[in-house]
Design a binder for this molecule. Structure first.
Ligand code: AMP
Length: 498
């Protein structure tokens, strides 16, 4: 990889490709978003806009399926929503009902046949499913079904839902759906289209968000409320953990078939990092929550400094909260290139290092002799902070105190967030003092697990999943599920050229 001073016209073709990709993909890179419309003449256009607002939840593939009351019309593609859907395609997606999906693969490879919504024709009519979350027993169910002759068309865990639904002996589609979701374990927020109904559900633990909205008499289902805002829909309420919503002929029916003995475990990483700050998740504004975490962090790890600086954009709200609580001015000493996507998902460390440099730059001259508190939401591999701390020092900063608005990330997520394997997590392999040394900071302070839990209890007033920080995983993991997906596809070579 080139050094910071090497001009771009001397980059190798491989480096140029990397840079181009980075510039084209100026969006977050994480798990999935779902969206659904029931009973609106512009159903597919509204779904397009909804997915546009949910793009930060997945940039790998996207899809919309509409229903004209009899058949489903689908369009799925690799890539971003804005690059995939034009007027011509949306005109073809006719009907008053639609579901859509944006995907970043957390289970199953990155390829078109894993794109969602997944469609099937059953003896009860067409069904299309959009799923957010990870099913921890999908591998076991898949083996069992394959043993009985089922043929799977993708390596996505979501496909087992369709198979279970198609095999159910129940007559009505909603009962078949309930049959299917009663067999799977783990995290799911689902929007499913039948010929005439939109069905939505959240798993009994409520890991992933899902909201209900209304517009012009139509019902809307969305992973986040920011998408409701964009289309001018009102936010009615959230789907409850374990609740199934059936919307048919303009009427919403709520069923609670899944046992509520399970505690609620809302994914706290949604609030800390993933969701858009303008969304309201489980009744709480994400931006306000992040600021509150910053305030708690300031109380836990006080230090004298001239300014509080966020790592853009992930540290913005927490840095503001920290600055307010500590009474130290908030300042942006870094400038972010907005055309570069999240850095740590890149396949090799070299590319990740380079992208951090392309993404952030320190304002020289302004930092000379200053003591700063640098705030980010999390440290995963440490790539970002090693580079940024080095950059700030090179720009003249005298002291750099790093503060993180979540506890050390010591484990992966099994419920739908693409955190890397344990061995790649710097807080799993290093002590806090070793991390401080590695990133070159004068001090390093993480929010405590207790601070995180107390804030959740006070602000969210519900149970959370903090497994990646505490190793407390609420749903046991099926060992098959944590194997690379390729082992499930022994006979098929996973190469596609879309
Ligand atoms: P790293 O450079 O590997 O330490 O990654 C840290 C950066 O990644 C932080 O700025 C976070 O905002 C961001 N981040 C944290 N968790 C995730 C995730 N699961 N997916 C993508 N980015 C993340």
């Amino acid at each position: 990889m080139p050094s910071a001073s090497r001009p771009f016209d001397r980059l190798s073709p491989e480096e140029l490709t990397t840079l181009n990709r980075a510039h084209r993909a100026d969006r977050f890179h994480d798990h999935c978003g779902v969206f659904g419309v029931h009973g609106h003449e512009d159903a597919s256009h509204l779904t397009y806009l909804g997915l546009y607002a949910l793009q930060h939840r997945g940039q790998e593939s996207c899809g919309i399926v509409s229903s004209n009351g009899k058949e489903h019309i689908a369009h799925r593609a690799m890539g971003l929503v804005a690059d995939t859907f034009g007027t011509e395609i949306l005109e073809r997606l006719k009907g008053r009902h639609a579901v859509g999906h944006v995907r970043y693969s957390t289970a199953g490879g990155s390829m078109l046949r894993n794109a969602q919504p997944i469609c099937a024709n059953t003896d009860g009519g067409p069904v299309s499913i959009a799923h957010n979350g990870n099913l921890v027993n999908a591998g076991v169910i898949r083996r069992e079904l394959e043993g009985r002759g089922a043929i799977f068309g993708s390596s996505s865990d979501s496909e087992v839902l369709l198979h279970l639904l198609a095999r159910s002996r129940e007559r009505h589609m909603e009962d078949r759906f309930i049959d299917a979701i009663s067999r799977v374990k783990g995290a799911f927020s689902i929007a499913m289209l039948t010929d005439d109904a939109l069905i939505a559900a959240r798993d009994p633990h409520g890991f992933r968000p899902l909201s209900i909205g209304r517009k012009d008499g139509a019902y809307i289902i969305s992973s986040e409320t920011c998408a409701l805002d964009l289309i001018g829909a009102t936010h009615e309420r959230d789907v409850d953990p374990g609740e199934v919503i059936v919307i048919r002929r303009g009427r919403l029916r709520s069923i609670r078939p899944l046992s509520r003995e399970a505690d609620e475990h809302f994914c706290i990483m949604e609030q800390i990092y993933f969701a858009r700050p303008d969304s309201h998740l489980v009744g709480h504004n994400v931006y306000a929550y992040r600021k509150e975490l910053g305030r708690v962090l300031a109380r836990e790890h006080e230090v004298a400094a001239d300014m509080v600086v966020p790592v853009l954009d992930s540290g913005n709200a927490a840095a503001l909260g920290y600055a307010e609580e500590a009474g130290i001015p908030y300042d942006t000493a870094l400038i972010r290139n907005h055309y570069v996507s999240r850095s740590f998902i890149e396949p090799t460390q070299k590319i990740r290092d380079f992208k951090v440099r392309v993404k952030h730059n320190a304002i020289r001259g302004f930092l000379e002799g200053k003591r700063m508190i640098l705030v980010d939401d999390s440290i995963i591999r440490g790539t970002t902070l090693v580079k940024i701390v080095g950059m700030l020092r090179a720009a003249g900063a005298r002291e750099i105190h790093v503060r993180i608005s979540s506890p050390p990330t010591i484990g992966p997520c099994h419920y739908g967030i693409d955190t890397p394997n344990k061995e790649e997590l710097i807080a799993y392999t290093h002590t806090i003092e070793e991390i401080r040394d590695k990133i070159g900071a004068d001090s390093l302070g993480y929010l405590s697990v207790e601070g995180l839990r107390n804030t959740a209890a006070k602000e969210l007033k519900r149970g959370i999943c903090d497994g990646c920080f505490s190793n407390d995983y609420p749903v046991p993991i099926d060992p098959l599920q944590s194997m690379p997906q390729l082992t499930l596809f022994r006979a098929v070579k996973e190469v596609e050229t879309e």
